[in-house]
Ligand binder design. Structure first.
Ligand code: ZN
Ligand code: ZN
Length: 313
């Protein structure tokens, strides 16, 4: 006799907002945010992949950063890589961009992309994308010109080095880039997406930033980085004290993130590039509002209410 045992683990759904008429998470909402990767820093983490956030609104799929494993998480989220043809980079640190070649090449051809991959980012983005095309010229040549004959357009790149301001607008979706302060990494940007009367701000990597506070004031969801403050942990990983101090100095401390949340008053604050219970406890010294730590494939539905769901196992 065969016995089949099914285990269902339901995601905890946490809802924020006052609208009593809100029905359920399956209702179409103006904005859906999927944290594809929630890890902090370049060190490989098999549980938390590199930072990458998908924002879906008004039929658009917009990807913010493309860290390690982003394409695998897209597949797990049931999204074809080829559907994601717009990428916005906060800065060019490797942990924010490592999966761009994967998205460029795997999203092409049989995965459906037959239009250029559009990439916006700070100075150097255009050059990086052109160099990636050179680095992968063998594969591109074989699949485009010799073997499968995949579309020429699908493996082309349209890259833009951006300035602060509105950088994309279509179908009622607006993407605004604003400068943040990532120490010597200049320029570094945060992004705000507005759609259907709702909004999300993503900090990218930054120190405490007044400009971010200006752009995130009253936003529905504020996804903010949080830096580690454990210098001994950095030293144990082989960094010198000077290197560790420099890394710490270029990020926002948990307590400072609390100050940012207190000033901007989002309906929901989220850590999605590192962050843990200890960081939340530190942030609680300065902020008492809603705050969640994302794991990979956490989703946030933004509508009359804001719903946060951890990954469904
Ligand atoms: Zn980072
Ligand atoms: Zn960085």
């Amino acid at each position: 006799m065969r016995l089949t045992v099914g285990i269902l683990i339901a995601a905890a759904v946490l809802a924020y907002g006052q609208d009593k008429d809100f029905k359920s998470s399956s209702t179409t909402v103006p904005m859906k945010i999927t944290i594809l990767g929630s890890g902090g820093g370049p060190r490989p983490n098999p549980i938390r992949y590199g930072i990458s956030i998908l924002v879906e609104a008004e039929g658009e799929k917009l990807l913010f950063d493309c860290g390690r494993g982003a394409v695998i998480r897209l597949a797990q989220a049931g999204i074809r890589e080829g559907e994601v043809d717009k990428v916005f980079l906060t800065h060019l640190h490797s942990d924010h961009i490592l999966s761009i070649p994967d998205l460029l090449l795997t999203g092409w051809g049989e995965q459906g992309r037959n239009t250029p991959l559009r990439v916006w980012g700070p100075t150097g983005t255009k050059s990086m994308m052109n160099n990636l095309l050179k680095a992968f010229e063998f594969d591109i040549h074989i699949r485009r010109d010799v073997d499968e004959k995949f579309s020429k357009e699908g493996v082309a790149v349209a890259a833009t080095d951006i300035q602060e301001g509105t950088i994309y607008q279509n179908r009622g979706v607006k993407v605004t880039a604003f400068l943040v302060d990532h120490g010597p990494v200049k320029p570094a940007f945060g992004y705000r997406v507005d759609a259907g009367g709702h909004s999300v701000v993503m900090s990218g990597d930054t120190r405490f930033s007044e400009n971010l506070i200006k752009h995130a004031s009253g936003v529905d969801v504020l996804i903010h980085e949080v830096g580690g403050r454990d210098i001994n942990g950095f030293l144990a990983s082989g960094l010198t004290r000077e290197q560790a101090e420099s890394i710490i100095d270029h990020h926002t401390s948990p307590e400072q993130t609390g100050m940012v949340f207190e000033r901007t008053k989002p309906r929901l604050a989220v850590y999605a590039h590192g962050g843990n219970a200890e960081a939340v406890a530190e942030a609680r010294k300065t902020y008492t509002g809603p705050l969640e730590v994302a794991d990979d494939l956490s989703t946030i539905l933004v509508g009359d209410r804001v719903e946060f769901m951890h990954r469904v196992q």
